[in-house]
Design a protein around this ligand. Sequence first.
Ligand code: ADE
Length: 255
Amino acid sequence: MRIDVLTIFPDVIEGFAAASLLGRAQRDGLVDLRVHDPRDATSDVHRSVDDAPYGGGAGMVLTAEPIFRSVVAHDPPRPVVLLSPTGRRFDQAVAQDMARLDGFTLLCGRYEGVDDRVRRHLCDDAVSVGDYVLAGGEVAALVVLEAVTRLLPGVMGNEQSAGDESFSGGLLEYPQFTRPASLEGHEVPDVLRSGDHARIARWRRAQSLYRTLAWRPDLLPGGVDGLAPEDRRLLEEFPPDDPDVAGPEPGDGPS
Ligand code: ADE
């Protein structure tokens, strides 16, 4: 997959990529990451990439021209996605959609914004990583890069692990444990050491349901009563493993 990033801080993207799973994905030929600095497409002696906003107001706005020129020069893959707090919310479903593409381009905003002609006439989409304002799109681009590339076949060691985790089935992930079995009196649940894989799968789903109901009730807006009968039976079969997750009772859903 080819991924291009347009940013006036190329070192931020390249430094992170080199030190993370992305670096290995690049070396393995799974990801072709190309980072472009719009500053290289400027024509003035100061290589300026920003200017005061028309209409007045605080701060500087990234100018459209170097960004347009950079896109013409590198012909990066589409869609071109602007990172901006005004974009649609980036979540696991968006990450999965992006992971199915042949490639895409991330365009990092900065300062008080980007000349809106970039969004209107150059970008195909805009995403936000959350309802808060970062100083620029670079950290948001890294979030998107990592969330998408770890879903690509071959990038994670274990193909299974990206499918099982939090959000991919609309639930939080079940608790995981590794050795030792006993740590200062805290034991790993017996069921996980039983070798009964069908029972382990049922226990895990029950724990995912308990966690989601307790910690992210917005993901299950019907509450316990809205669950499928098989899932309600799982909650009867297994108590919550984690004392922080109180077992919900039928009728606990929103009134
Ligand atoms: N740039 C600044 N804030 C951002 C956000 N929340 N998401 C994406 N890009 C941003």
